[in-house]
Design a protein around this ligand. Sequence first.
Ligand SMILES: [Mg+2]
Length: 192
Amino acid sequence: MKQLEAFELLTAFAEKHDALIVADIGSQSLWLKAVKDRVQNLYLSGPMGQASSVALGVAAAQKERLVIAACGDGALGMNMTSLATISYVAPKNLIVAVMDNGVYEFTKGLPTPTLGVKWAKVPGTFPGFKKTFAVDALDTISDPFGGPYFIHADIEPGPLPPGPGLPAVIAHDRFKNYLTGAAKTTASPQQC
Ligand SMILES: [Mg+2]
């Protein structure tokens, strides 16, 4: 499956359930934005691998909303402890998706150290997770608020994602303002 197709499936699922999506910096944010730029999307900036942790926080603050973390395999590999935390907290409204292409897409396709990780077995390793679904089987999730769930997308390495990204300040403020109605910032934007 191509990265674009996986994000199309994830976005369709998110729209069906009016879900929030928190995407890792780089490829995940750019592919997500390329499929459909939704105000419910938070494109992260700064360090890699934070989508699962930030999504956990969003899920805790927005218990009535379904929250999806869109993670790269290399990125999630940098923050595997977040899976232990999510497992321990076990928020029912959180889904963690890993886009597994075995490479760092942004750095010329260098292999990730997570190559060969059995992502489908995350629920057995981190028991708070209820079940793993393939990204092309999202419509079999009968109770989206019965998680946390794990989604595995088996992605073939491909071209760099289309740009440009949304400037970081705008991306963050837009998401925050959507959820809280807070005033917009006047800070200078930085590219994601
Ligand atoms: Mg990758």
